[in-house]
Design a protein around this ligand. Structure first.
Ligand SMILES: [Fe+2]
Length: 283
C-alpha cells in the first residue's frame, strides 16, 4: 500500500465520522426559532413564546442559551406545553425550575403538564415548586394574561372530554394542550388557537418533505408533528420541542422555540400574517 492509499483509508472514515458527529450535535443542540402570525380577537399585538418538551435538557449551563433566545424575542408571555421534565431526577427538576424562575422574571410563564409529568410520582410537588418559581400552572383551568385568555389541559386530560368543561369562551381563547393528535376534539370544543408539542417533530425528519418518521399516539409517518394546521375554525400550532425522551437523537429536526404573534383581526396586516405562515420561516 502506498502512503496515499494508507492516508485515504485512515482519513476518509475519520472525516466522515467527524461530519456525522457534527451533524448530530447541531441537530440536537442548535435551537431554531419558528415564527407564526395569527389573526386573533385582541386589541393589540401580543407576542407568545412557546417552549415544549424540554425533558430536563439544558442548553448550555443552567439553560442559558435557551433563556437568551427567549429573552431576545421579548415575549409578552411564555407558554410551556408539557414534558418539561423527563424522569423524576433531581437534575431534571432543578434545571427546569431554574429555567422557569429566570423566564418568570421577564414575562408571565404559563404551564401545562405533558404525559411525562403525569407518570411522575413527584408531580404534585413539582407543580407546587413551579408555582413558587412564578409559573401559572393550568390544570383544566383558565387564566388571563395581556388581555388574552389562556386555557390549559393537564397531561392526563388530553384524551378525554375535559376540554369541553372549563372554558367560558373558547372561541376567543388560546388552548395549551400537550398532544396534537386530539385536534378534532379541541376543534369541536371551539378553541380559536391550540398550542401543542409531544410529537418531537417526528424525531427524525425526512429532508424537503416536512414529514417526521414517528410520533407517539400517531405511529409511523404521523400527520401532526410540526407547523400550523387548521380544523374547522381552530388553528393549531405544533412545536417540534427541545429535548428527547425514549429515543435519544434527532435528525434533520433541530430543537425549536415557537414565537406566535397574535395580530388584531381588524388589522390590515392580518391577511399578510396568513401569507407569512405559509412561508414557515425558521432561524
Ligand atoms: Fe415529549
Amino acid at each position: 500500500m502506498t502512503a496515499w492509499q494508507i492516508a485515504l483509508v485512515v482519513v476518509c472514515p475519520v472525516t466522515a465520522a467527524a461530519i456525522i458527529a457534527a451533524l448530530i450535535w447541531l441537530n440536537n443542540n442548535l435551537i431554531a426559532v419558528t415564527r407564526y402570525n395569527v389573526p386573533f380577537k385582541t386589541e393589540r399585538e401580543v407576542k407568545i413564546v412557546q417552549i415544549s418538551d424540554l425533558h430536563g435538557k439544558s442548553f448550555g449551563e443552567h439553560n442559558n442559551r435557551l433563556i437568551s433566545k427567549v429573552f431576545a424575542l421579548r415575549p409578552d408571555a411564555v407558554v410551556i406545553t408539557g414534558d418539561l421534565i423527563h424522569e423524576y431526577s433531581m437534575k431534571n427538576i432543578l434545571v427546569a425550575l431554574r429555567t422557569v424562575a429566570v423566564l418568570s422574571a421577564v414575562a408571565p410563564v404559563i404551564y401545562v403538564s405533558g404525559n411525562h409529568e403525569m407518570r411522575n410520582k413527584g408531580y404534585r410537588r413539582f407543580k407546587a415548586a413551579l408555582t413558587e418559581e412564578g409559573a401559572t400552572v393550568l390544570d383544566n383551568s383558565e387564566t388571563e394574561v395581556c388581555g388574552i385568555t389562556f386555557a390549559g389541559l393537564n397531561g392526563a386530560s388530553n384524551k378525554n372530554d375535559a376540554v369541553f368543561n372549563f372554558s367560558k369562551d373558547p372561541s376567543s381563547a388560546v388552548l395549551l394542550a400537550h398532544m396534537p393528535h386530539h385536534i378534532e376534539r379541541y376543534a369541536r370544543a371551539g378553541y380559536a388557537l391550540v398550542l401543542c408539542g409531544h410529537a418531537h417533530g417526528g424525531q427524525w425528519r425526512i429532508p424537503f418533505t416536512g414529514r417526521g418518521i414517528y410520533a407517539p399516539g400517531q405511529g409511523l409517518f404521523p400527520k401532526y408533528t410540526s407547523g400550523i394546521h387548521r380544523v374547522k375554525d381552530t388553528e393549531m400550532i405544533i412545536s417540534r420541542g427541545l429535548g428527547n425522551s425514549e429515543f435519544p437523537v434527532r435528525l434533520f429536526n433541530r430543537p425549536e422555540i415557537v414565537m406566535i404573534t397574535l395580530v388584531p383581526k381588524s388589522c390590515a396586516c392580518a391577511d399578510e400574517g396568513r401569507e407569512f405562515n405559509k412561508a414557515k420561516k425558521s432561524d
